[in-house]
Design a binder for this molecule. Structure first.
Ligand SMILES: Cc1ncc(COP(=O)(O)O)c(C=O)c1O
Length: 450
């Protein structure tokens, strides 16, 4: 039931009046009022299949009955009691569960509210650990959040623009991410000899290894366009970093908790993180994040140095714990891996048929489909992406693009198989409609995105 009697256009106009532009960039005018598993319903009751999981958050779908139940139960008992000045039990249970998921010994936990603050904290803790260093290393195309440190280390165009607008703050250097479809070094896979690893080595030597605070990285780049590195990239990178004792912060905010067909995205590759950050799906839609890491790094700052009043809140901690239990009980990590293979093979067939589908890549249910003007030139299909998103919206599929031209396919890990197929049918039709010129330029002004 809608909480407001205004028309959709009136609601959208009121949005423009009250919210700052810094918080929004819309894809399609879906005003959601209800959600059930993989579908959201708008004010008129029209259902949309959601291929975004609301930005990789609702991995258990909308309003999972078990999650709703635990919210109600805990709300009746205790909504908030600070674990900073006192103790609550759900925060403890959650922290223990998170540590056992990593399997690493002598690690510690910090709880927070959002992926951005988890990464910000990880950077601060790394800085405390390497007090005399002052250079943060990260990847071109990365996205780690919107706070001071996380904006500075993020390499997506938007964050670079924001960092420029804010002016110099922290020292950060960016190294190329192995985006093999568009190699930042202009090389080809197979003959490149992993020059991107060599370029990190050169950069660290130039800066001076003792000056590097940490490397922060995504095991699969998310907002940069769902980019999967080659198998041995991180193994080789780790060797360079270990030699100098430089910690690796693995940002699992988007990839963590089963999304990629592993509990953690880094587990697709053979390397060991020193710090892991989590966010997005951890609270099934309620705000919570976590930093997990080596004790010597996690305890590198004074008592009480990184503590948010609402962190470790018993209601959300209990929901997060239940979220992890449900992923285990329903075997959703393996389900993501299996369904991911189904989606990838179907989309690869589509890539072979369509001139505007340049690349299809991903792991588990974290899949990107890169649109181009044509396969030869690989010129990015920015307009094509907007048109596909709009056409899909008209046909009942909510989808978005990243990096301007990469469609983001991240449905809930619980999506029903027939709904997944229906969503893929809509996606395929939308792409073909755009390729065959059936979507007009008038829709370009309606989709913003990033
Ligand atoms: C990999 C990654 N890290 C960090 C963040 C920031 O998380 P949040 O927006 O929840 O603060 C995001 C958000 O998109 C992300 O994808």
């Amino acid at each position: 039931m809608s909480l407001d009697r205004s028309t959709p256009n009136e609601i959208i106009a009121r949005y423009e009046k009250v919210f700052s532009r810094v918080q929004r960039t819309s894809y399609a005018p879906v005003i959601a009022v209800r959600g059930r598993n993989s579908r959201v319903f708008d004010v008129s009751g029209k259902p949309y299949i959601d291929f975004t999981s609301s930005a990789a958050v609702t991995n258990l779908g909308y309003c999972d009955p078990e999650i709703v139940k635990v919210i109600k139960e805990q709300a009746e008992e205790l909504i908030h009691f600070t674990f900073i000045y006192g103790y609550n039990i759900p925060a403890l249970h959650l922290a223990e569960e998170l540590l056992s998921l990593t399997g690493f010994k002598n690690w510690r936990v910090v709880l927070g509210l959002s992926g951005s603050d988890a990464n910000e904290g990880a950077l601060m803790l790394a800085k405390g650990f390497r007090r005399n260093s002052n250079v943060l290393v990260s990847h071109l195309g990365s996205f780690h959040g919107c706070c001071v440190g996380t904006t500075t280390v993020s390499g997506v165009d938007l964050s670079v623009k924001v960092a420029e607008a804010v002016g110099p703050w922290l020292k950060s250097v960016k190294v190329p991410y192995p985006y093999c479809y568009r190699c930042p070094l202009g090389l080809s896979p197979g003959s490149c000899r992993m020059s991107c690893v060599e370029s990190v080595k050169t950069l660290i030597d130039d800066v001076g290894p003792e000056n590097v605070v940490a490397l922060i990285t995504e095991p699969i780049q998310g907002d940069g366009g769902i980019i999967v590195p080659p198998e041995n990239y991180f193994t080789q990178l780790e060797k360079i970093l270990r030699k100098h004792g430089i910690p690796v912060i693995v940002d699992e905010v988007q990839t963590g908790l089963g999304r990629t067909g592993r509990w953690f995205g880094y587990q697709h590759f053979s390397f060991r993180p020193d710090v892991i950050t989590l966010g997005k799906p951890l609270g099934s839609g309620l705000p919570i994040s976590a930093i997990l890491g080596r004790e010597d790094i996690m305890n590198s700052l004074p008592d009480f140095a990184y503590s948010f009043t609402l962190a470790g809140n018993p209601l959300i901690a209990r929901v997060a714990l239940r979220t992890i239990q449900i992923i285990k009980e329903r075997d959703l990590v393996r389900r993501a891996e299996r369904l991911g293979e189904v989606v990838l093979s179907r989309l690869r067939r589509l890539r072979d048929e369509c001139s505007i589908v340049g690349d299809v890549r991903g792991k588990g249910l974290m899949i990107g489909l890169e649109l181009v003007k044509d396969k030869e030139s690989k010129v990015r299909g920015f307009e094509e992406a907007k048109k596909v998103v709009w056409r899909a919206y008209e046909l009942g599929l909510f989808i978005m693009f990243l990096s301007g031209n990469v469609l983001r396919i991240q449905p809930p890990l619980t999506i029903e198989e027939d709904v997944l197929e229906e969503g893929l049918n809509i996606l395929e039709k939308s792409i073909k409609d755009v390729e065959e010129g059936r979507v007009g330029d008038d829709v370009l002004a309606r989709v913003r995105g990033w």
